[in-house]
Ligand binder design. Structure first.
Ligand code: AHR
Length: 494
């Protein structure tokens, strides 16, 4: 029996809702067909946004949406995506499949999507191939309420009042697709571009995000932090879980061995080490902790589904992905004192998507269900908690990961939410939870579980769904429970 301790007297940090953020790029079928079908589509839509997808994302609780990329952001010229659609420039999406980008989804459409979702904005600016003036004018176009050429242009395009930008990314992956820069050079460039990202509205102080490291590149973090510490509110780590041994052999999303399953979850768990190490580097340069860590691209990355465009990054999603999402979100919760935002890649039809579409059909992936189960953690206070657990080893990855990974939070009414993941694919886990100084009056619980390969597809959209969990016994100060293998369980404790 494993011991699980939750201490409501130990209130650690507020879990920003933005940790549950998403990323949507002009890539494959994420924007086009995924969220946006255009006003003339037969698929039910409001102002071009698919009603089924928007409603599902709202239900899941999507707090912030990053756009327009990704690699695409550093080739995106925002003026191509405003004004009458018939006049918008057509371009080639060189990064993603070489398809024609007709720019019918641009700035106005993005903010309309945010409005429908009720979420905050995170815009990524173009440093790689854009100019300082272009970035400056985009921010003016979006946020200035006075008399100026860009505010006038926005009004002529039908938007009288400015929008609010919560986060603005100054470049993306500037170490790679965003310009192949060295950190010292990027750090200087960041300062230059960022100078002209103006706060036009005193009620809209934009949080500026610098391009952070790729995985374990601590040199990048050190050098960039040194340059941007007075000028950025966040630095963005990217980390993808790729089970295969190379980018050419990433592994199948659905057809994998038990060894590959453990390799995947151990590699996903590696993000905790990266977070700890990058924060240590950041703190050594900026002990005042002005700059927060954000993880604005994370998730699993497999070979594309057979027969699909390799540039579209369309992959299926199984219980393995649910376990990855659940353990990662528990880790983010536990680091909410320093993680301001995270954005899973990518919302619909791309990489570890929460929704897949096929024509006018849509399904919710196992990853979607994890986000929905966890949504009550948003804006709660993280509690001190600890669980005893075995370690699971992946010999092929030469890595290990705890069998049980948890986090616990409390809301303003004193309700405690505990989410526990059992990573083992064969063994259940007996746990005894004790909650300090608490008389427990009521517990309810939900579970997402199945075989590691279980998925939802267009022949069976509800194969993996959340169910009520009853295999627990309430105690005066906690509970005992038996968590099945490969499961994600949420306890709501009053
Ligand atoms: O999410 C897909 C791509 O991965 C993004 O465009 C890029 O930033 C990263 O390399």
């Amino acid at each position: 029996m494993e011991k699980y301790l939750i201490n409501p007297n130990h209130k650690i940090s507020k879990i920003s809702k933005d940790i549950y953020g998403h990323f949507s790029e002009h890539l494959g079928r994420c924007i086009y067909n995924g969220v946006y079908v255009g006003e003339n589509s037969k698929i039910p839509n409001i102002n071009g946004m698919r009603c089924d997808v928007v409603n599902a994302l709202k239900d899941m609780g999507l707090p912030v949406l990053r756009w327009p990329g990704g690699c695409f952001a550093d080739e995106y010229h925002w003026k191509d995506g405003i004004g009458p659609k018939e006049n918008r420039k057509k371009m080639v999406n060189t990064h993603w499949g070489g398809v024609v980008e007709d720019n019918s989804f641009g700035t106005h459409e993005y903010f309309e999507l945010c409005r429908q979702l009720g979420c905050d904005s995170y815009i990524n600016g173009n440093v790689g191939s854009g100019t300082v003036a272009e970035m400056n004018e985009w921010v003016e176009y979006m946020t200035f309420d006075g008399i100026s050429p860009m505010a006038q242009l926005r009004k002529e395009n039908g938007q009288d009042k400015p929008w609010k930008i919560k986060y603005f990314g100054v470049g993306n992956e500037s170490w790679g697709c965003g310009g192949n820069m060295d950190p010292e050079y990027y750090g200087c460039l960041y300062k230059r571009y960022n100078t002209y990202v103006r706060d036009y509205d005193s009620n809209n102080r934009i949080k500026r995000i610098a391009c952070g490291p790729n995985g374990g590149d601590y040199h990048w973090t050190r050098e960039v932090m040194d340059k941007v510490k007075h000028h950025a509110q966040g630095i963005a780590l990217h980390y993808y879980t790729v089970p295969g041994d190379s980018w050419d052999h990433k592994g199948s999303a659905t057809d994998f061995t038990v060894d590959e399953y453990y390799k995947t979850v151990c590699k996903a768990y590696h993000i905790e080490e990266l977070i700890n190490n990058h924060i240590a580097v950041m703190d050594s340069i900026n002990p005042q902790k002005w700059v927060q860590l954000i993880v604005d691209e994370w998730g699993t990355w497999y070979d594309v589904e057979p027969g699909t465009n390799p540039g579209f990054l369309y992959q299926q999603n199984t219980m393995r992905d649910a376990v990855v999402a659940a353990l990662t979100l528990n880790i983010f919760n536990k680091h909410s004192d320093r993680i301001m935002m995270a954005n899973i890649a990518q919302t619909v039809n791309v990489l570890q998507a929460v929704i897949l579409t096929d024509g006018d059909e849509m399904l919710l992936t196992p990853t979607y269900h994890v986000f929905k189960m966890y949504k009550e953690h948003q804006e709660n206070t993280l509690l001190g908690s600890y669980i005893t657990t075995d370690e699971i080893k992946s010999d092929s990855a030469k890595m290990s990961c705890p069998k049980l990974i948890e986090s616990a939070s409390i809301d303003d009414n004193g309700v405690i939410y505990s989410t526990v993941t059992n990573v083992s694919e064969t063994e259940s886990a007996e746990i005894k939870c004790q909650i300090a100084d608490t008389d427990v009056s009521e517990i309810t619980a939900e579970i997402l579980t199945g075989d590691i390969h279980d998925k939802n597809d267009f022949n069976d959209k509800e194969n993996v769904t959340v169910k009520e969990f009853k295999d627990f016994t309430k105690l005066a100060d906690g509970f005992t429970a038996v968590l099945p293998p490969c499961s994600v369980v949420k306890f709501v404790i009053k």
